[in-house]
Design a protein around this ligand. Structure first.
Ligand code: 5RP
Length: 224
């Protein structure tokens, strides 16, 4: 299945929610990249907004597309945050971080009035966990946290790209863990966040306002 058209459709729909004067959180990944390009077109035709990028890749793309940017620390609140997801379930809970930007993405989501998730139909699941859950860890503690997660039967794998350890924008590492057998995700999140050196998880449990999903040649909006 080629999901590119669905990503484009969802992105175009999400950008219609952006109004003059808004501070816009800019997500990361291939779906968010369509949204950034679309937003750039609207800025070129007169829309006045400020973007806050969730990754260095998105920062570069936003600059290329003429979107004025501010640092996260400079703004009071994000009016609307638009981001992709690796999986979403019927409760609009998400797994994010396939691209490794989960930490800044979660910070933006937490500080946004409205969180819009844009996705192709392949991201919709009955139950989260076919996709491995990324957790961000500080390099100093990575091997000890890996041992601890192994004891919890979460089968952690240190993320590597082309044979080298993947390093996040915050200079951390990612462990991808298997949560397919987990029944209580809220408890899992609490347990994971209690491990010193484990900075953040890609589980987004409460943040999503709505999902705009591309389905073949149209979009469907899912809300709680
Ligand atoms: C990056 C993310 C992305 O939103 C997620 O991986 C989805 O990416 P894509 O739109 O390329 O499928 O969380 O950290």
């Amino acid at each position: 299945m080629n999901y590119e058209k669905e990503k484009e459709l969802a992105s175009a729909e999400s950008v219609k929610l952006v109004k003059d004067g808004m501070v816009v959180g800019l997500g990361s990944g291939s779906t968010a990249a369509y949204m950034v390009k679309e937003l750039g077109k609207r800025v070129a035709s007169g829309l006045s907004i400020v973007g806050v990028p969730s990754s260095e890749n998105t920062r570069l793309l936003a600059i290329e597309n003429g979107i004025p940017l501010k640092e996260f620390g400079e703004i009071k609140k994000i009016d609307i945050n638009i981001d992709g997801a690796d999986e979403f379930d019927p409760y609009l809970r998400l797994i994010k971080g396939g691209g490794g930007a989960l930490l800044r993405e979660k910070i933006l989501a937490h500080n946004s009035k409205v969180n819009i998730i844009i996705a192709d139909s392949g991201k919709q699941v009955k139950r989260l966990g076919a996709f491995k859950l990324p957790v961000e860890v500080i390099p100093f503690a990575a091997s000890k946290i890996k041992e601890e997660l192994t004891l919890l039967n979460l089968s952690p794998v240190l993320r590597k790209v082309d044979g080298s350890v993947f390093v996040t924008d915050e200079q951390n590492y990612i462990l991808d863990i298997d949560i397919s057998n987990q029944t209580n995700l809220t408890n899992l999140e609490i347990k994971l966040k209690s491990i010193p050196g484990l900075v953040e998880t890609g589980l987004f449990i409460e943040t999503t306002s709505k999902v705009i999903m591309g389905v073949v040649d149209k979009t469907v909006v899912l809300q709680k």
